[in-house]
Design a protein around this ligand. Structure first.
Ligand code: SF4
Ligand code: SF4
Length: 400
């Protein structure tokens, strides 16, 4: 069977899956209420989003310079920055840092998902714990994430109870508080036993080399704070010139991701240090002694040259568009590859070397434009889909 007919079957099966419909209808209602309340409470976010769009538009033409600047800043902060031209380069750098037989706690990262990092590390003989609750559920189900922020969005609480009952050997009821407490108990000790903590980042300021990692669960604090080594894998499109720019991007991201304010915004610029004994700066205090940050290109600088499809790089990964997409409401991440819906089609076709899937996704999109209305970056998905379809028809990948 070809990938296209596999995909057609997958998406039709998903559309008839009542569990997906149930879980998504609950999530969509809650997302809309939360985001509308957040935007009502902080109306300046709309204007701020316009500023952020300008920041992103300028940064996209300058990614390599920004990455070099961030590496220099990290070096000054006693961390280490790397530029990976390809996904394989990123994996090679990570292999060199991790080695084999390590215990790794890992935060959710779409860039890691893009290059299949967890499976890669496991294949090399490492033990990896996903620490985001949704991602932990997906890992234990041996499934694929179905949303960029809420990977287990399609899994109703009844199914989580069954899964956790199997893991713990206890008869757990579908009570969300109990399920969250169960995950906490299962993961707690791993943070302090782990050799390495891994994360992505929502935005990075090139001038200070500071990674902003937005979260609510507290798993990122532990992942990036408890183990002796922190490794971050970050797509180069996350770079902006200044710390001030990064604050703006962070605020717009969390507001459209449905939060008035998140519980935590982690800012990491280098390893932990102290000067408390005789004012001698010593690295490796309570937090990691080593911080390694890999900025991955993997097609992004090429895509930035594309007059229409470059918009895909402005994406903040707030996830807002997914809740508005009528196809996603029925199929969840089955309308996706590593990234989802129309914008995911661009990533699949242009970046993730999955042209056939990207093409099929471009034709799954209804070009209704509901995503564009919600998107803080006003990303014109229908226009990108028409362009992608044209290229598919012409058998062409990139514009020069
Ligand atoms: S334009 Fe496509 S991706 Fe956007 S909401 Fe409509 S169907 Fe979904
Ligand atoms: S396309 Fe827009 S709405 Fe969707 S995740 Fe990206 S920034 Fe958010």
């Amino acid at each position: 069977m070809s990938i296209t007919s596999d995909y057609k079957k997958e998406i039709m099966d998903a559309a008839h899956n009542e569990r997906i419909k149930l879980a998504l209808s609950r999530a969509i209602a809650s997302y809309r209420t939360n985001t509308n309340n957040a935007l009502k409470k902080f109306p300046h976010t709309i204007k701020l989003a316009e500023e952020v769009l300008e920041i992103k538009q300028q940064a996209m033409g300058n990614m390599e310079t920004l990455a070099k600047q961030a590496c220099d800043a990290l070096q000054e902060n006693h961390g280490k920055g790397y530029i990976a031209k390809t996904a394989q380069d990123a994996l090679d750098i990570i292999d060199g840092l991790v080695g084999k037989g390590k215990l790794i706690v890992k935060g959710k990262s779409m860039t890691a998902e893009e290059i299949g990092l967890r499976h890669h590390l496991e294949a090399k003989g490492n033990e990896v714990y996903e620490t985001d609750l949704g991602e932990f559920i997906i890992q234990k189900q041996d499934a694929k994430p179905m949303h960029i922020l809420s990977p287990a969005i399609h899994v109703p609480k009844e199914d989580v109870a069954k899964l956790f009952s199997k893991i713990t050997g206890k008869d757990l009821k579908p009570d969300i508080e109990t399920l969250v407490a169960t995950a906490r108990a299962l993961l707690r000790e791993q943070y302090f036993k782990a050799d390495i903590g891994m994360s992505g980042a929502n935005v990075v300021s090139a001038d200070t080399g500071t990674m902003f990692i937005i979260e609510n669960e507290g798993n990122i604090r532990l992942t990036t704070g408890a183990p002796p080594i922190h490794i971050a894998l970050i797509g180069m499109e996350k770079l902006v010139p200044t710390l001030g720019d990064a604050f703006k991007v962070a605020e717009v991201t969390w507001r459209y991701a449905n939060y008035t304010v998140p519980s935590y915004v982690n800012m990491v610029s280098g390893p932990s240090k102290t000067g408390d004994i005789e004012k001698v700066t010593t690295y490796g205090a309570h937090g990691p002694k080593e911080v390694h940050v890999i900025f991955m290109d993997a097609g992004r600088t090429e895509l930035a040259k594309d007059p229409i499809l470059r918009q895909a790089l402005y994406c903040l990964r707030c996830g807002g568009c997914l809740y508005e997409c009528p196809v996603f409401a029925y199929t969840a991440g089955h309308f996706g590859d590593k990234y989802f819906t129309g914008i995911g089609a661009v990533w699949a076709y242009m970046l993730n070397e999955n042209e056939e899937k990207g093409a099929a996704m471009a034709y799954t999109c209804l070009t209704c434009g509901r995503c564009k209305v919600r998107c803080p970056m006003q990303i014109d998905v229908p226009a990108m889909m028409m362009e992608l379809r044209k290229r598919v028809a012409e058998g062409e990948k990139k514009t020069d």
